[in-house]
Design a binder for this molecule. Structure first.
Ligand SMILES: [Zn+2]
Length: 221
């Protein structure tokens, strides 16, 4: 039994955060905003995140959970700060893979600007994972997941192919003072959900990650 905090379609999880995907390119098997909102059901442990398109960045959105993708939509930190002020969401997800345009401090400054808002920073910055675990440690309204990063860069601890510091950072985070703000996310269907579950099973972290998901769910419901 497990939860998945970043999925673009339902799979074998008991509950999760369903993330809408809009714009181009379109990826087979992913749900758009309309489709994820249909599945929004906090009582059944599913919360859906509305993907904020560039054409809507200055608009009021009628949903309390928002996902921002700075690279795909070419957002500046200011754009996102203004949208959060306009919308006052219950939780905001900001994709962290946007080099060379944003630095980790751009994310940190946004989280500092809204200390009472819960932020999820999916992927933990990829190559910049060390900066993002540092942010999570010091900034109490920040939650992280390692989707994509543990697959593409860490290669699930493969000794030959995996980047060692990525795997060290993940293991450190799972045993750290901020381990209660780490989430398990697969980014399915971009990546295999079962591979991600097996990776965390091997690290003996499933119970921790399930309980983290549940506390976050309660916090933002
Ligand atoms: Zn995703």
């Amino acid at each position: 039994m497990f939860f998945d905090a970043h999925i673009h379609n339902k799979k074998d999880e008991q509950g999760g955060f369903l993330v809408g995907l809009e714009g181009s390119p379109h990826f087979e098997g992913t749900l758009n905003n309309f489709e994820v909102l249909e599945l929004h059901n906090p009582k059944e442990d599913y919360i859906s995140f509305y993907y904020v398109k560039n054409s809507e960045i200055n608009k009021k959105i009628e949903h309390e959970y928002l996902k921002f993708h700075p690279r795909r939509e070419k957002y500046s930190p200011k754009d996102i700060i203004n949208s959060i002020k306009t919308n006052n969401p219950k939780c905001a997800m900001i994709d962290t893979l946007n080099e060379p345009f944003w630095t980790p401090y751009d994310y940190w400054n946004i989280a500092r600007e809204f200390p009472n808002l819960t932020f999820i920073f999916p992927h933990s910055g990829g190559y910049l994972i060390n900066d993002f675990i540092k942010i999570c440690h010091f900034q109490k309204n920040v939650w992280l997941d390692f989707s994509l990063t543990h697959t593409n860069l860490g290669c699930f601890e493969d000794k030959e192919k995996g980047l060692a510091y990525i795997n060290q950072a993940i293991k450190y985070a799972l045993n750290s003072p901020f381990k209660n703000r780490i989430l398990m996310s697969s980014d399915y269907p971009f990546f295999s959900q079962v591979d991600v579950v097996n990776f965390y099973k091997k690290l003996n972290a499933i119970d921790l990650l399930n309980s983290n998901f549940y506390s976050l769910l309660e916090l933002i419901k």
